[in-house]
Design a protein around this ligand. Sequence first.
Ligand code: NAD
Length: 461
Amino acid sequence: MSKICVIGGGGYVGLTTGACFADLGNEVVCVDIDEAKVAGLKRGKLPIYEPGLQEMVERNIKVERLTFTTSYKDGLRGAEFAFIAVDTPSGSEGEADLKYMRMAAEMIAANMTNSLIIVNKSTVPIGTGDWVAEIVEGHLPAGLEFTVVSNPEFLREGSAINDFLHPDRIVLGSTNRRAGEKVAQLYLSLRAPIIVTDLRTAEMIKYASNAYLANRISFVNEIASICEQLGADIKEVAIGMGYDKRIGHSYLDAGVGWGGSCFPKDVKALAHMAAIHGCHPQLLRAVIEINRDQRRRVVQALRDILGTLHGKTVGVLGLAFKPNTDDMREAPAVEIIHLLQNEGASVKTFDPVAMERAKEIMPEVTYCEDAYEAAEGSDALVVVTDWNEFKHLDMARLKASMAEPVLIDGRNIYEPTKMQELGFVYRGIGRGYEKAEPYLPAEILAAGESIELEEAADDIS
Ligand code: NAD
């Protein structure tokens, strides 16, 4: 078992990393500069919502494998590894702002009292590992050694623990074989493929992966716009595409677009990196532009149906950038709500967990007890986050309480024909078609020779 210090240990990645490594039997100290977060964590109060994390943190605090501090000195004492998981937000030009990384590197060097393997989990521009090494070198006490290893994180908020403990792969960037092997040992029990490469390549794997996933969503959103005009259904198009093994089903959901703390900043940072090094990242720019349009399309659809938004009340279902998280960073709901308010609409909203965070950035919104209250008296309802509980609402009850039965399904969670039958003026994303009744006989389906798309949709989701 190893002694591990996690810098930025109060954040989504740092806390998940700390808790999971502790749960795997290591002794973990999470260091964070945010005193309020650390004070709360010491009492077992988590600063974020992440399914399963509360229980895991409590369990490991109890057996004293997981502790929290604001002191680098205490966190690094006797540690063999220092994982860096600080935030790397967007700067004004779209570049990754590395001020927290710099601070972390300087503080590690100033406070380390034994040799250390510094493992970077934050998403950082290519070359940052070398830059961190230079900073540490410049501040290092005499007689101590260190190595920097890149170990980008791929977990998703909402399923962070599962993603950490069951990763598709672990990427380790280091040319120092001994250090790489030691970090690999920490992950051995997870039985995941380990990709060993150099620092810069590891850093690029992370950016390229996120940019590719964002690209898939923007691609399917562009196809959705074409579907809408030409009378096809993007949901079934995506399912039909996904059965191709070269394509696969994931990240092909049309909707109001991607958001969150990673895709927006990482695609921008990669495009910025490319541009300042003389490349012409036209695909990345289009990926960003298409995503921006998705939010505007929702407001345009409302304008088309209601004539004007001035004086209207719009209910917004869902605020977090995706289900099972309270993260509001770059959430599509924020831009959609601002666009609506700019046109004179007032907004009522409900989200199962993100309302506290949302209130800090959007005080001019009416926060409701549940989806029904958000719908009551509204001239339109917009689904922005596909929380499971929104899929099982009593839609007839919802409609009966609305001033106008306008439903914009920004995540395609409802069946268009069913909503129309209920009397909604329904708009999904890319669902411009007349739906045919399923007609294949059961024996053909059972023989696996053909697939009814509606059933396939249930299997996949
Ligand atoms: P976060 O904002 O939730 O957490 C960062 C934490 O670091 C905060 O608690 C902050 O107080 C702390 N911090 C900042 N500077 C510090 C310093 N010098 N010393 C100690 N603590 C410091 O951020 P996050 O979402 O966990 O992301 C962290 C990194 O991981 C980013 O680079 C991000 O791109 C990457 N990442 C995030 C996710 C995700 O889903 N959130 C997934 C994969 C990778």
